[in-house]
Design a protein around this ligand. Structure first.
Ligand code: PA5
Length: 404
C-alpha cells in the first residue's frame, strides 16, 4: 500500500487553473496509442504471457550460473531497479544464477572483468535491443559471443543465446539471430524501451533473479485504478514549472531504491527533456547526500522541488541505546527533520510513503509514473513524449565518426 501526500503546495486556484488542461487526456492518449501498448497492462501481462516468462526463466535458472543481460537505457534500467529493490542486499552476487547487466558502458576494464567471470561459470546471455543497432549493445554482443564460441559448441551455443529485439527485416540484430538460430523474443512495436519494464524483455531477468513477477503485475494493475493521483502528480509538476522550478530531486532514504531513482530519471529526462523545455530530474540517496547535495538544495537557488520515497516498515529493527530509538524510527525522524527544514525555506515536497518495500508496491509505482509522465506530455505540450530524437542524434554522429 502506498500513501501520497502532495500537500506542501496548497494554492487550490493553481490546481483548478492548470487542471483544465487535463480534460484533453483521453484524446492525447488516443492520439499516441501506437506507442502506448504498455497502458493496457491486463493484455500486456495476461496469464499466458506470465506463464511463458516463468517457463523461460526456469530454463535459464536450471542451465546457468551466470545470466548476462546486455542492454542500455530502457532496455535494462527497469529490470535492474526491480532486482535491486526487491532482493536482499548483495544476494545477487552469491545466488545461482547471478544476474548481471552488461552493455551499459564501453569500459574495457569492466568487460574484461566479465570475461574472466565467464571462464568459471556456465553462462546464458540475453541481448536486448529494440532497434538492433545500438553501438554499446552490438559491441558487447560481439565480445561476449566470441567468448561463448570458445566455451560452447555450435549446438549448445544456440541454447545459450537469447536475442530480444524487434522482429523486422530491416533489423540487423534480428537477421543475425535468425541465421545463427538463436532464440528470439520480439519486442513490441507499440512500446518504447523506457516503457518496457512489464514486457517479457523487462520481466525475464527479474523472474530469473527469483522475484515474484505476478505480485509486481498485480501492483501495476492496481495503479490503473488510481488515475486521479497520477493526474495530481502530473499537475503539481506543471504548477512547479509555473513557479519557476527547474529541477526535481527524486529522493529516497533507502539505498535499495538507487536504481529505481535512476529509472525514474531516465523516464522523465528522455520523455520530457525536449524543445528547450522540461524539468531536470536528479536523484538523491539520503542520508548520504544530506552531506553533499543537501547544502545546495537547502540554500542554493530556489529552483528545486523534491519527490520523496519513504518506506514505513522495516523488519529486524535495531535498537540504538544512545538515542533510545530503533533505527527505522531514526531514519524516519531524519526525513521529517529534512522535510521541515525544506518546508521552512519554501522547498516543496511530494511524498510517496510505502508500507513496505515489496513487489506490488514497486509494480504500482512504476506503472504510476509511466501513466503520469504521459499526462505530463499533455500538460507540457510535448507531442514527442515517446520518442528520443536527442539520443538518436548522438547515435548517428557516433556511427559516422566510427566510419572515418
Ligand atoms: O527508452 C528508450 O527508448 C531508450 O533508452 C532505449 O531503450 C535505448 O536507447 C536503447 O535502445 P535499443 O533498445 O534500441 O538498443
Amino acid at each position: 500500500m502506498i500513501k501520497f501526500d502532495f500537500v506542501t503546495y496548497n494554492k487550490i486556484e493553481d490546481y483548478k487553473k492548470n487542471g483544465v488542461k487535463l480534460k484533453g487526456v483521453k484524446e492525447f492518449f488516443e492520439k499516441h496509442k501506437d506507442m502506448m501498448g504498455w497502458y493496457d497492462i491486463d493484455n500486456l501481462c495476461n496469464d499466458d504471457k506470465i506463464f511463458k516468462i516463468k517457463e523461460k526463466a526456469l530454463y535459464i535458472k536450471e542451465n546457468c550460473d551466470l545470466f548476462l543481460v546486455v542492454g542500455i537505457g530502457g532496455s535494462y534500467m527497469g529490470s535492474q531497479a526491480l532486482i535491486d529493490a526487491l532482493n536482499p542486499y548483495y544476494k545477487n552476487e552469491t545466488q545461482k544464477p547471478q544476474v548481471m547487466f552488461v552493455g551499459n558502458s564501453l569500459s574495457n576494464d569492466y568487460i574484461n572483468y566479465v570475461l574472466n567471470l565467464m571462464d568459471e561459470k556456465e553462462v546464458i546471455i540475453n541481448v536486448i535491443s529494440k532497434s538492433g543497432n545500438t553501438l554499446e549493445i552490438l559491441t558487447t554482443y560481439d565480445i561476449l559471443l566470441s567468448k561463448m564460441k570458445e566455451k560452447y559448441k555450435e549446438d549448445e551455443l544456440k541454447q545459450r543465446v537469447i536475442i530480444t529485439t524487434e522482429v523486422s527485416i530491416n533489423n540487423t540484430l534480428y537477421k543475425e539471430a535468425k541465421e545463427k538460430e538463436f532464440d528470439v523474443i520480439d519486442t513490441f512495436k507499440n512500446i518504447g524501451g523506457r516503457f518496457s519494464v512489464f514486457t517479457e524483455s523487462g520481466l525475464l531477468p527479474v523472474c530469473v533473479s527469483g522475484i515474484n513477477i505476478e505480485n509486481i503485475i498485480n501492483g501495476a494493475k492496481e495503479a490503473m485504478q488510481d488515475i486521479n493521483n497520477q493526474a495530481r502528480y502530473a499537475l503539481i509538476r506543471d504548477i512547479m514549472i509555473d513557479n519557476g522550478k527547474q529541477i526535481e530531486a527524486y529522493t529516497s532514504y533507502e539505498p535499495k531504491l538507487y536504481y529505481f531513482l535512476e529509472w525514474l530519471k531516465q523516464l522523465y529526462a528522455e520523455s520530457l527533456g525536449k524543445n528547450n523545455k522540461g524539468i531536470l530530474p536528479i536523484s538523491i540517496i539520503n542520508t548520504r547526500d544530506l552531506h553533499s547535495m543537501g547544502q545546495y538544495i537547502q540554500e542554493g537557488p530556489k529552483i528545486i522541488f523534491e519527490t520523496l520515497f519513504v518506506i514505513k516498515n522495516n523488519r529486524n529493527n535495531i535498537y540504538i541505546e544512545r538515542y533510545r530509538k530503533n533505527l527505522s524510527e531514526i531514519n524516519d525522524i531524519a526525513y521529517k527533520a529534512v522535510s521541515k527544514a525544506h518546508y521552512d525555506d519554501n522547498i516543496f515536497s511530494n511524498l510517496f510513503e510505502l508500507d513496505e518495500l515489496n513487489e506490488s508496491n514497486m509494480g504500482y509505482l512504476m506503472q504510476f509514473f509511466m501513466v503520469s509522465v504521459a499526462m505530463s506530455g499533455l500538460l507540457e505540450d510535448n507531442e514527442e513524449v515517446f520518442t528520443q530524437n536527442g539520443v538518436e542524434k548522438y547515435k548517428s554522429i557516433l556511427n559516422s565518426m566510427l566510419k572515418e
